[in-house]
Write a protein that binds this ligand. Structure first.
Ligand SMILES: NC(=O)c1ccc[n+]([C@@H]2O[C@H](COP(=O)([O-])OP(=O)(O)OC[C@H]3O[C@@H](n4cnc5c(N)ncnc54)[C@H](OP(=O)(O)O)[C@@H]3O)[C@@H](O)[C@H]2O)c1
Length: 260
């Protein structure tokens, strides 16, 4: 699947893991549709990729927290005759601070982006892929999907949703020719923490390393892709330790990262 003139639609491609995925997919010969809000940044990445690789790169500026964005993206790809062979639901945003101090609108947008948009895009494109009996979906969760996340509670809970939804969808689509993979990075060196209003963890992995693991996993149609040994250990421990212990451990890590 990762060869020839195929098209990947990557959300959140204007920075971080999404931009790194776009670079690696273009190097593998994929045509791309890059989606995020910041059109200028998307255009810059697209023109670099067009120059470096013999691929078509389209840019589609969309706010995925808006309720009809998934339908608008599907309509755009149909009108422009872009058959999406690989959908990468990567766009995401974090939260920081105690839940009771949060602004309603911030959490509404977080849920709309991390949960609703990912669900809608997965459903709409999976239906098309099943009709063609081929396609791949990569949903980006986090090691946080396996833990309660005090001081980033709604974000971790949203990633638990992505984990559960993606594994369930993968099972429903078994035998249809369409595979669903779930990427679970740990701390990654991107703009993510600063955008969420917290400090970076010093142990963060480069986005290019996460993207490399993701593309290798996609080539093998792996259901669960966990970049790096330390992230695998975190997930194994998270499965065996009691939830309230994990919550206390995560609180000890997350609370000092909060910025005023
Ligand atoms: N960095 C980490 O430590 C880490 C760890 C585990 C999982 N992840 C996950 O990895 C994914 C990528 O994050 P990242 O680390 O690469 O962070 P990032 O550098 O902040 O990138 C986030 C991307 O999502 C896009 N985005 C944000 N809100 C959007 C919206 N409303 N509509 C459309 N696009 C939107 C951003 O583009 P615009 O601002 O241009 O819209 C950007 O391209 C996320 O799902 C995140 O939860 C990150």
């Amino acid at each position: 699947m990762l060869q020839g003139q195929r098209t990947a639609l990557v959300t959140g491609a204007s920075s971080g893991i999404g931009a790194a995925l776009a670079r690696q997919l273009a190097a593998d010969g994929w045509n791309l549709v890059l989606v995020a809000r910041n059109e200028e940044r998307l255009e810059r990445i697209a023109s670099d990729l067009r120059r470096q690789h013999a691929v078509t790169v389209d840019v589609l500026a969309q706010d995925l927290a808006q309720s009809d964005s998934a339908h608008r993206i599907l309509a755009w790809t149909r009108q422009n005759e872009r058959t999406v062979d690989l959908l990468v639901n990567n766009a995401g945003a974090g939260s920081s601070g105690p839940v009771i101090e949060a602004d309603d609108a911030v959490y509404e947008r977080l849920i709309a982006l991390n949960i609703t948009s990912l669900t809608e895009l997965s459903r709409l494109y999976a239906a098309d892929m099943v009709r063609r009996r081929q396609g791949q979906i990569l949903n980006v969760a986090s090691t946080g999907a396996y833990q309660p996340g005090p001081y980033t509670a709604v974000y971790y809970a949203a990633k638990s949703y992505v984990h559960s939804f993606s594994l369930a969808l993968a099972e429903e689509l078994r035998g249809t020719g369409v595979s669903v993979s779930l990427l679970c990075p740990g701390a990654t060196a991107t703009e993510f923490s600063s955008r969420a209003g917290k400090a970076d963890l010093t142990s963060a992995m480069p986005a290019s390393q996460v993207a490399y693991a993701a593309v290798q996993g996609l080539k093998k149609q792996q259901c669960l892709i966990i970049p790096g040994v330390s992230n695998r250990i975190v997930i194994i421990l998270s499965k065996v330790l009691p939830g309230h212990w994990l919550a206390r451990m995560v609180a000890r890590i997350q609370k000092p990262l909060l910025l005023d």
